[in-house]
Design a protein around this ligand. Structure first.
Ligand SMILES: C[S@@+](CC[C@H](N)C(=O)[O-])C[C@H]1O[C@@H](n2cnc3c(N)ncnc32)[C@H](O)[C@@H]1O
Length: 396
């Protein structure tokens, strides 16, 4: 999509065609038939290219729902920019945090289609965004307008922008190189050295969840965020926005919960202990933030192994920071007796979880040749250095 395409899509005729395309995407799953049907439209100026454009925009809106919920139906995207956009739940959490720090003005240095910009504007902050890509800037403007949100956007190189008039500078560097998604900070645009400079003021920078802890500058807080159990990102907070060094935030249906190193008594205080009645699998954000022992402490338990992210306790865990399992029994770890034990219990459907042991669950499941009507969950891990198989039941 280029600027002319977007301008047409935003015109009255473009909006009519987009509405027809949206109805078709809902009614006709076959893209070729949808294309053929839309070409029969009487909307003035609807060339074959524009019908394809409208259909692909309608399809992108549908796809964007998973990330942006109901807002997606009113927004505009390109496939790449949608892929890079922040999930709305996470962007809203970040925006609420900014608001809590009374950040009244925010500059987004690489705003893309405006995923983060929209969330910040929703809180009432005065937002401005820049991006190198003119189409993304036009999309961000269209998205703010479509959602009735105030804000200014313009094409600019973030590295040359004077951020001093703004309370907070925000950046979400692109983490792609010509070879695709990149895990090296050297490939980021704007680059890591720009991020380091930004983190000397009140700023927030979205980064990959895999960011090494040692890369986080002194006095900067790293927050790992998960949504419904899936780690989505990390964010670095600097200046007065940084309140701890490490934080795990879990977002769920009931709201959010947050855990920091201040909740963590450390591995020595928690200790390693034998398997208790319950097993806990800490949330990925907790694991990334290095706060597994905080979960063990919160549940009154200990670690199963000093190097593995499972904790165990005798009390039923009530924590949003881990999935809990009741340990039903220990089964043989060796394959042959394990198969016999599962057969004996009529377990025909088995979820296999593993940590710290060299097992490929799909292959093992095949070799176990299960049969029976019962479902089970098996945890394969190390306890006191020994391979151990635990039959567990997930707690609701
Ligand atoms: C990961 S995307 C941002 C996504 C955005 N946060 C959202 O939720 O929609 C990164 C953006 O930074 C832009 N960008 C990269 N280098 C830039 C630079 N030096 N100046 C301005 N924008 C830049 C890219 O064009 C891209 O749109």
């Amino acid at each position: 999509m280029d600027l002319d395409d977007l301008a047409w899509l935003l015109s009255d005729d473009g909006q009519l065609l987009l509405a027809e395309a949206t109805a078709l995407v809902d009614a006709e799953p076959d893209p070729l038939r949808a294309q053929t049907a839309l070409r029969r439209t009487t909307v003035p100026g609807a060339t074959p290219d524009r019908t394809s454009l409208a259909l692909s925009q309608a399809g992108l809106r549908r796809r964007a729902e998973a990330k942006l919920g109901a807002l997606a139906a009113r927004m505009y995207f390109t496939p790449d920019a949608l892929e890079q956009a922040t999930r709305l739940s996470v962007a809203r959490h970040r925006a609420a945090r900014l608001r809590a720090f009374e950040a009244g003005t925010v500059i987004d240095l690489g705003c893309g289609i405006g995923g983060d910009l929209v969330a910040a504007a929703e809180t009432g902050a005065l937002v401005a965004g820049v991006d190198l890509d003119p189409v993304r800037v036009a999309l961000a403007r269209a998205n703010l307008d479509a959602l009735g949100l105030p804000g200014a956007v313009q094409v600019a190189d973030a590295t040359t922008v004077d951020t001093s008039p703004f309370d907070v500078a925000f950046a979400d560097p692109a983490r792609r190189s010509a070879r695709g998604r990149s895990f090296s900070v050297d490939d980021w645009t704007p680059p890591w050295r720009f991020v380091e400079g930004l983190l000397r003021r009140d700023a927030c920078v979205k980064v990959a969840p895999g960011i090494p802890h040692e890369l986080v500058p002194d006095d900067v807080e790293a927050e790992w965020v998960s949504d419904h159990g899936e780690v989505k990102e990390a964010a670095l907070w600097s200046g007065r926005l940084a309140t701890v060094r490490r934080r795990a935030t879990v977002l769920g249906d009931g709201g959010l919960a947050t855990l920091t190193e201040e909740d963590d008594p450390g591995a020595a205080a928690v200790g390693v202990r034998p398997v208790g009645r319950y097993l806990h699998e800490p949330d990925g954000a907790v694991i990334r933030a290095g706060l597994v022992t905080a979960v063990a402490a919160a549940t009154g338990g200990g670690l199963l192994d000093p190097h593995l992210a499972y904790t165990t306790s005798d009390e039923a865990p009530a924590t949003p920071f881990a999935r809990g399992y009741e340990v039903l029994e220990e089964l043989p770890y060796r394959e042959k007796p394990l198969r016999a034990a599962l057969r004996e219990r009529g377990i025909g459907r088995l979820e296999i979880k593993k940590r710290g042991v060299d097992v490929v669950p799909e292959q093992l499941r095949k070799r176990l040749a299960l049969s029976g009507d019962t479902e089970g969950t098996l945890v394969l891990t190390r306890v006191a250095g020994e391979g151990t198989a635990l039959l567990v039941r997930p707690l609701r």
